[in-house]
Structure formats: C-alpha cells, structure tokens
Design a protein around this ligand. Structure first.
Ligand code: PLP
Length: 427
C-alpha cells in the first residue's frame, strides 16, 4: 500500500493516543489530516507523500538556523561518535553554561535539563524552596510546560481543546496558583497587596507565544519587577520560547527588565532536547547538591544534545544574525497584512525578532480575552488553503509562528503570494 499522511495517521492512532506524541500536532483545532514529516532542510520540510512545505513552525521554535544546518549536524555526528551519554560531567557542559551566562547577563549560574517543562517546573520548586512560600502567580494564556502547578489556564494546546485546566491536576496543587490577566498591572498590584508575603514567585512569558503572539507592556513588566523586589518574591521569566528567538539576549534584552530566574529551552538545543534554568547565584545555591531543593536528570547535559545546542549558539552570534531575522519576520508580517488588506479581509499581524503572530482581527491583541475575539473559523480556512499551497503555518489560531535564518526574500515572497490568493478566496 502506498504510504500517505492519512494511512500513517490511521496507523499511528492504533498505537498512540490520538496518533501523536504532543497534542497540537493532531490538527484537532484546524481539522484535517496531520502531515507526517520525512525530512527537513533549511526553511522546508517534506511529508510522507513527497510534498514540500515552507515551514513556519521550526519545530515550535528550535530551528532558528534552519533545518539540518551542516554545522549543527556535524557537531552532533562528532559528539555521537565519542559516546552518547555518560552520566558523569563533561567539559562541553561547562562550555554551554559559560556561553549562556555570557549571552544572558541576568544568569550567574545555570542548570541544564532536557525540556522546557523540566526547566519551569524546577525553577518553580527552586523559588518555593528559596522563599519558603507556596503561592505562585501566573497569567492567563501563558503556557509554561505541563507541570501540575502550571497547568492552570495555560494557553495553546489547552485553549485548542477548550480545557481551562487539565484533568489529573489535584485541586490542592492548583489552589496555590493565582491566575491573573496578562498586561493588567493594576490587578497584579492588588494581588500583591492582598497576599504579597505568601507569594514565592511570579512566572511570565515576557513575550507570550502560547496564546498566539502577545507582547507584554513595559508598565506590566516594570510593575511585576518592582512588586517582586518589594515583597521578596522571585521573578521568573519563562524564555523557553523567546530566549535567543526575539533577540540574542532574549526578551529581557529588549525590555531591559532583570528577572531573578530565567527558563530556557528550544533554541539552546538546536532541535535536540536541551533546556535550562538559571539566574542569581544567591537563588541557585539552594539547588542540590549545594542546597535543599532537589533536582536531577539521567540525560541532563547530554553530550550529543549539548553539541547541537553549542553549534546553534555559535551560529546565532554571527554578525547581524538577529538584524536579518527581524527584518525577514517583519517583511512576512507586513506583507501578509498588505495582502489581506488588498483582499478586504480583516486581519493584523505582529512580529518580535524571529517570532510572529497572525490575527483574524482588526487589531493586535494585548490579552488572552482579546486573542479569543479573533475569527478562529477564518484562520482555519486560511490555514488549509496555505497548507495546500505548500506553506505550513502552526495548526492552531492560538500559536505563534517562527521564521529561520534560511527564510530568504524568495521564500517570504512565495508565502505572501500564496496568502494573497488565499485571502482573496476567503471572501
Ligand atoms: N515554556 C514555554 C514558554 C513554552 O513555549 C514551552 C513549550 O512550548 C514550554 C515552556 C515547555 O517546553 P517543552 O515543550 O520543551 O517541555
């Protein structure tokens, strides 16, 4: 039988719940058959039927230098030939820690882990351990991975399924998580006034990318920083997505706010599982084996994944890397807005560094509630028209998109031309 996306999806559903290993991949939000990918190179990937797509998810962020970059592949091959995992420290881990510390000045010490979920979960435990407090503040629509305390009003995949929170999370955990509105400084002020001395930490995506793309206002972030300092709470920037994506030093470089802890992931693994959390040495000293907050991992700092991450971190430091990435992403956003305008379709777009948001709404949203006002049904029709034309956007109206350094002018122009046609057909 010929292998098709549909036959693979049918087969996958026999062995795996929903046929996928991460829910948004299942196309539940947009409908239709997920594409099963065989290979990727530069800005493209190819599905099981041999169809080529311009890829705007970049593995949900990591593929910032383009897929299968020769320098990253070589570094992985060389590391793999020396052994896959040792469970003992290596010099490569020191190099990676030193590199990240050099690039993100708020980080004095760092610990490597294997997923963004582990990074935020561990940062949270560290904040609770260091302060001796239980309560945490998060914001509606921000996703910080799937640790229990953080799966409360958590964006994207969960928004897609319409579950405000996940089954299986005990109320006793969720009750320590206070969920506030993104970009609402006054509400944050009130929350601290009411229970500031019980709050261990505030965790935020400083550029939110899991309820589509939503920028944090300066006032919101400055208020957060001031209140955390005043009440002795720890400010955690979840830069798993925005780190090395919106700027070389992450969102904190753009907004000038210094968090106490930062969670990183995605780009720092260059497509292999590396994530990290780090920050002030005074907080990090509470981690085992120095302190009483336990955290560990069989594959943490793995030599092969770290090699992919280091090779990627070298490439992103080439001159004008972020300037070029920002220009290309902005070109895409502006081109799509112009094409929609020409077709009379209500649409807006935004871009920060190599990350973008598409909204079937007249204005760029500033909160979860505003994101929800977008026309999801129109997005879904647009998504499928683009997919047919060989352009792969995120299969959900609630996800940000990603551009890589390999998205040339020709690639962006091809995308905008396809979008012009799709907008015209949307009517
Ligand atoms: N934090 C943010 C901001 C994310 O976007 C994600 C994943 O998309 C995570 C945490 C969780 O990372 P991972 O999927 O590697 O566990």
């Amino acid at each position: 039988m010929t292998k098709t996306n549909a036959s693979l999806f049918a087969r996958a559903q026999q062995s795996t719940p929903g046929g996928v290993n991460s829910p948004v991949r299942a196309f539940r939000s947009v409908g239709g058959t997920p594409r099963f990918i065989e290979r990727a190179e530069g800005p493209w990937f190819w599905d099981a039927e041999g169809k080529r797509y311009i890829d705007y998810i970049g593995s949900w962020g990591p593929a910032i230098v383009g897929h299968a970059h020769p320098e990253v592949v070589k570094a992985v091959q060389q590391a793999a030939a020396r052994g896959l995992s040792f469970g003992a420290p290596t010099e490569a881990e020191i190099e990676m820690a030193e590199e990240i510390i050099k690039l993100v000045p708020s980080i004095e010490q760092i610990r490597l882990v294997s997923s963004g979920t582990e990074a935020t979960m561990s940062a949270l435990r560290l904040a609770r351990g260091a302060t001796g407090r239980d309560k945490i503040i998060k914001f509606e629509g921000c996703y910080h991975g799937h640790a229990d305390s953080l799966l409360v009003k958590a964006g994207s995949g969960l928004l897609t399924f319409g579950n405000p929170t996940s089954a299986g999370v005990p109320e006793d955990f969720a009750k320590h998580t206070l969920v506030l509105d993104y970009n609402n400084a006054a509400q944050l002020e009130e929350a601290f006034k009411a229970s500031g001395n019980d709050i261990a930490c505030v965790i935020v995506e400083p550029v939110a990318g899991n309820m589509n793309l939503v920028r944090a206002s300066d006032e919101f972030l400055q208020t957060m920083r001031r209140l955390c300092t005043q009440y002795g709470a720890i400010l955690i920037f979840d830069e798993v997505m925005s780190g090395f994506r919106v700027a070389r030093g992450g969102a904190q470089e753009l907004n000038g706010i210094v968090p106490d802890l930062t969670a990183l992931g995605k780009v720092i693994g260059g497509g292999l599982p590396v994530a990290a959390f780090g920050g002030r040495a005074e907080v990090m000293k509470h981690l085992a084996p120095l302190g009483g907050v336990y955290q560990a991992g069989t594959l943490s700092g793995n030599p092969v994944t770290v090699a992919a991450g280091m090779a990627t971190l070298k490439i992103i430091q080439q001159p004008d890397f972020y300037k070029h990435l920002t220009i290309q992403t902005r070109k895409l956003a502006d081109g799509l807005v112009a094409a929609a305008g020409a077709a009379g379709v209500t649409f807006s777009a935004d871009a920060v560094g190599g990350m973008f948001g598409l909204y079937f709404d007249a204005k760029v949203p500033a909160s979860y509630a505003e994101v929800m006002q977008g026309d999801k049904e129109r997005f879904n029709r647009f998504f499928h028209k683009m997919l047919d034309a060989g352009i792969y956007f995120a299969p959900s109206a609630f996800e940000a998109g990603f551009v890589s350094a390999q998205h040339s002018d020709a690639i962006i122009e091809e995308t905008i031309a396809a979008a012009a046609k799709a907008f015209a057909e949307l009517g």
